[in-house]
Design a protein around this ligand. Sequence first.
Ligand code: UGA
Ligand code: MN
Length: 390
Amino acid sequence: MPPRLAPYVLTALASCIITTQVCFVLLSPDPRLRSDCALVHSAAPLGAGTGPAPEAGLPPTRLLPAQRLPMQNRGNAILANGPQQSADTAACACTPNSTLADWNQAAPAYAPLRPEGLPVIYVITPSKPGPTQKADLTRLASTLRQVPALHWIVIEDQPAPTALVAALLERSGMRNSYSHLAVQSEAVSAGPRYKTARGVEQRNLGIAHLRELVSAAAAAAAQLKRSPQRPGDQQGESETSAPEGVVYFADDDNTYDLRVFEEMRFTQHVSVWPVGIVGGLMYEGPVVDLATRRVVRWHVGWKKQRQFPIDMAGFAIHARNFINTPGELLSRSSPRGYLESHLLARFVRQLAQLEPKADLCSTILVWHTRTEAPDLSQEEAHPSDPLVEV
Ligand code: UGA
Ligand code: MN
């Protein structure tokens, strides 16, 4: 071989060897050889649910429900959600340093309208206008759209519903399972704004709307009961009674673990659980006596003298209570921190009546996160385009 050809021949040989190695790794049936290759993904169809089949020599894929929801009511909630629930529950049993190179196979997250027989969760959210409103509601919508049999009542602190929130809800994937209302807060003349409770008028309007929704659902159920059984109807369908429901006041800036909704769903009267990062503590919440499984006192530092020292995010109330107790249930005269206590006092006399959820109140499933007021100090010098919706 002439010496001047040597570099070309060596280069060609080297590229052959490298190509062979790459092909060997990519085409190999042994996934261990591919585990760090970000471009390789399984051919399982989207929504197949349980991920790639376990292969010999690899740790088996774990199915999560039993591990992810180690709480009371778990069986009910999971069974009621049916097979759709399993689609996003495949878990990686990887070693801490490994990366699962696969596409997201979670089920498309749309809240089904009302899976038959599941108590409906009515979520009441006041929402104030401001630079973080869209971000807050976007985040909350991303959570709520994943919860079946949920109706979201959003009440803006505005004279009328805004186009911004209307479009956000329209896009949210909640389809028909939301209501969009508005009422402006009363002007607060007595003292500084931070001393008065927030979201009062909005939640009262939300409760009035909830009563209409529940009455309509009860009327529909009664109608169904009266109508003669049609061929093909499920046995017992004509016996359907008024739908069960539970009410939760979910502020727009908190952070919600999806499990908190399944914990509250089967509330009989009033259920309670702890709330993270609130009241000057890592968490605030009910303390449960393990022998009796009853709430006996509170873990709380701020305004301990309250009868029910618990944040709005830490309880749910059966919908029937709002039907049986008419009128406005929240009052502008409640000082800050007392809104929750005054509301609960209408339905609860003794601690023992409270139903402890979330592993007897030992698991945090909601956090009182607050959205920081944004720094807009450059807006005056460099005004943003008002046509860009933020
Ligand atoms: C805490 C509690 O978590 C609230 O449930 C309670 O209403 C509030 O204290 C209070 O003492 O009134 P905090 O984070 O301080 O919450 O309150 P925000 O999150 O600012 O407001 C609660 C809800 O009311 C939010 O969804 C917010 O968007 C809405 N809001 C707030 C209004 O509709 N109008 C307002 O002027 C302020
Ligand atoms: Mn808040």
